[in-house]
Design a protein around this ligand. Sequence first.
Ligand SMILES: Nc1ncnc2c1ncn2[C@@H]1O[C@H](COP(=O)(O)OP(=O)(O)OP(=O)(O)O)[C@@H](O)[C@H]1O
Length: 249
Amino acid sequence: MLHCDQLTLRQGRRTLLQPLDWQVRAGECWWIAGRNGCGKSTLLATLAALRCADGGHIRLCGQPLSQLTPRQRAQRLALLPQASHDAFDYAVQDAVAAARFAWPDAGDKTQRVAAALDAFDLGRLATRPLQALSGGERQRVALASVMAQDAPLILLDEPSNSLDLAHQAALQQQIGRWRAEGKAVLLVSHDLQLAPACASHALLLDEHGAHRQYPLAELGAEHLAAVLGYPLTRLHHAGHPCFLPGHPS
Ligand SMILES: Nc1ncnc2c1ncn2[C@@H]1O[C@H](COP(=O)(O)OP(=O)(O)OP(=O)(O)O)[C@@H](O)[C@H]1O
């Protein structure tokens, strides 16, 4: 679904990402992990064509990303940014419906919006103005908008920000459903429980642009600890791996 060939990212004179060859396939979820400022959001912004790559090539669903029109891109990928700013004070249901702009001729807008509102527990808030929402409620609207867009590649930048525990669990389940439907998910997250519970693979980025890729089953605490700069222990809990800070006593 996504092919990166020698993808290189820079910020000023600093190399954020040394040349990366990377393939993301349908049904996979890649956890993208690294310390603050290492370039995770910049990578997602580049894959969403919000900035240019500083080297290399990106192909999305078989076509060069740079050759896709904005609507074609929106039909192929959806981005949840780390923060959203509301230019208009839409009602929740209208904000989610706006995400259907990529599919103007589809006749299923009402059902898709209703399903997205339901998946993120927003039915009760459907007519509430965006500016009258709490932080976690606003985050759930952003997630529902991503779902309504119905793109095969989903880019999530810290999606569990501000979510309470029950809504984090709902997000984990929804990521599982997306994978089962054959969508691919890129998950930037500092959450050492949620992310490994959702992911099939990990892409670790360090502060000098170096990167490593692992199937999640092969991601050891020592690999993650090396890029995060903190000792970790890998555990198995509720059917998934998770990582805890510190060494076992
Ligand atoms: N517009 C900009 N001008 C200058 N530097 C920038 C700009 N945007 C980002 N940077 C720098 O680029 C680096 C990568 O930023 P990025 O947001 O990709 O990090 P991140 O890995 O997502 O971090 P975090 O975990 O804190 O969200 C950081 O050092 C940041 O300060």
